[in-house]
Design a protein around this ligand. Structure first.
Ligand code: NAD
Length: 500
């Protein structure tokens, strides 16, 4: 087939969005509008309103009223499950459109965006079952005169702030579980990738979610995001983004109403490769772990820690993989690595590459921008002779840049892996089960992969150790995060009097 025939075309006009409150769009009207250009092509693709603080108040009021009158939390699990299931089906129906806007705004390959959207539908389907299974506990061993119940109640109004790297996926790792718990939502997507969050709000309304349960405000982090984290009528906030902004979220919660927080922050994730691994599999997995989403993943495997006896050979194997990976137009079906999402991120990555060079690391491959006539692209980059104190070994680059450090013993591999302020994810590659389990136990990370990387799904929870965050999303753990626990003591029969 002619390659050009497998490339989607760009939109002729950018799509105009409003923001979403109480079950319907509010048009931008006289508000300022953010015009988003496709990072792969530099053409305008969406126009998104910049909400004001009054808009945010309106969205919070809507979510507050929907929570307080119990129009959602008062339904039984079966009714909530039915809405979530319908939403899953509607996501599947609109999958092409959602993936298209995800690619246009983010720059990720269209095939990847489609796979992510299918995964998102699956999350709604899975969470629908959880809406019915969520339950508490009972204590029937408190004596004949007492029964103890532990019930779970939804926390209330939940604010969600998401980053630009997986706008739809990260949203769907939260929304269905939050709705399964009975909470209502005010979401604020990243200003550069708001389209698919707004489309999800449309879908939920169509699926029968009562009005007011899913609201979306759009705009910048420093204005509308900051106002949301400080909002006194928001009961919980789920923040996904950088550790620096995460710190502001914690401060704001302390200053306002001590809202409950879920935080998913940065990572500097180790890939530990032992000499006895299937090196071919490991090289493919390591290249995927840093190339996927152009390395703009919180869980990217950005630190390769490899047994010294195979280090040189293995670095050549990874370099060969990088040479074959298809970098290019995100709208092309064949593309595996697309564009860098923002100009700022492109500058950050290039500055780290320069720092790696000046700090004395040895560049094995990549290290430069790739020129496709428009958009911004960076070749997968590999640095050897990296030492623990270099900034490319310590700081989250959030780009396709992999550093290599050798080790001689299992203990040394674990020590290098744990030598970071982060603890989000880790992978180990070995055919020796003892080594695999020892490393899995002792490396501090909320997600672990053995002889694979970046595997996921709705069943297993997500979250980090150390400065990578607080709490867990997805799975039943994710639903329970959005509940409060209430203890109930029930006296049976006649009370033993206090006053005779
Ligand atoms: P960011 O922290 O700059 O922005 C994330 C979100 O926070 C955006 O919606 C932004 O508008 C908003 N924001 C910015 N300033 C704010 C403020 N003062 N108050 C409230 N909200 C504010 O992060 P980013 O550049 O969009 O994404 C990259 C970062 O996100 C990386 O550090 C990455 O590791 C992290 N991330 C973590 C996970 C995870 O699950 N742990 C997932 C994806 C991304």
């Amino acid at each position: 087939m002619d390659k050009s025939s497998t490339r989607l075309s760009l939109p002729t006009n950018p799509r105009e969005f409003g923001f979403f409150v109480d079950g319907a769009y509010v048009p931008a009207g006289s508000r300022e509008v953010f015009s988003r250009n496709s990072p792969g092509h530099d053409v305008p693709v969406t126009r998104i309103p910049k909400c004001t603080e009054e808009d945010l108040d309106m969205a919070v009021d809507s979510a507050r009223a929907a929570f307080d009158d119990r129009r959602w939390s008062g339904l039984n699990g079966q009714a909530r499950a039915a809405v979530l299931l319908r939403a899953g089906a509607l996501i599947r129906e609109r999958a092409k459109e959602i993936a298209y806007f995800e690619t246009l705004e983010n720059g990720k390959p269209i095939s990847q965006a489609r796979a992510e959207v299918a995964g998102c539908a699956d999350m709604f389907e899975y969470a629908s079952g959880l809406a019915r299974s969520l339950h508490g506990d009972s204590f029937n061993n408190l004596g004949d005169g007492m029964l103890g119940l532990v019930t779970r109640e939804p926390v209330g109004v939940v604010g969600i702030i998401t980053p630009w790297n997986f706008p739809f996926l990260i949203l769907c790792e939260r929304v269905p579980y939050i709705l399964a718990s009975g909470c209502t939502i005010v979401a604020k997507p990243s200003e550069v990738t708001s389209a698919t969050t707004l489309i999800l709000a449309e879908i939920l309304t169509e699926a029968g979610l009562p009005h007011g349960c899913m609201n979306v405000v759009t705009g910048s982090g420093s204005t509308i995001g900051q106002a949301l984290i400080e909002h006194p009528r928001v009961d919980m906030l789920s923040f996904t983004g950088s550790t620096a902004v995460g710190r502001r979220v914690v401060e704001a919660a302390g200053r306002s109403n001590f809202k409950k927080l879920g935080l998913e922050l940065g990572g500097k994730n180790p890939q530990i490769v032992f000499a006895d691994a299937d090196l071919e599999d490991a090289a493919d997995g390591v290249a995927f772990g840093i190339g996927f989403n152009t390395g703009q993943c919180c869980v990217s495997g950005s630190r390769l820690i490899v047994e010294r006896t195979v280090a040189e050979k293995f670095s050549q194997m990874v370099r060969d993989k990088f040479a074959k990976v298809v970098v290019g137009d995100p709208l092309d079906e064949a593309t595996q690595i697309g564009a860098i999402t923002t100009d700022a991120q492109n500058r950050t990555i290039m500055a780290y590459i320069e720092k790696g060079r000046t700090e004395g690391a040895r560049l094995i491959c990549g290290g430069e921008q790739m020129d496709f006539g428009r958009g911004r692209y960076i070749a997968p980059t590999l640095f050897a002779d990296v030492t623990a104190e270099m900034s490319i070994a310590r700081e989250e680059i959030f780009g396709p840049v992999l550093t290599i450090m050798p080790f001689d013993t299992v203990d040394e591999a674990i020590k290098i892996a744990n030598d970071t302020e982060y603890g989000l994810a880790a992978s180990v590659w070995t055919k020796n089960i003892d080594k695999a389990l020892m490393v899995t136990r002792r490396v501090q990370a909320g997600r672990f992969w053995v002889n694979t990387t970046l595997a996921g799904g709705p069943e297993l929870p997500l979250g980090g150790f150390k400065q990578s965050g607080w709490g867990r999303e997805a799975g039943m753990y994710g639903v329970e995060e959005y509940t409060q626990i209430k203890s109930v003591h029930i006296e049976i029969g006649k009370r033993t009097p206090w006053i005779a």
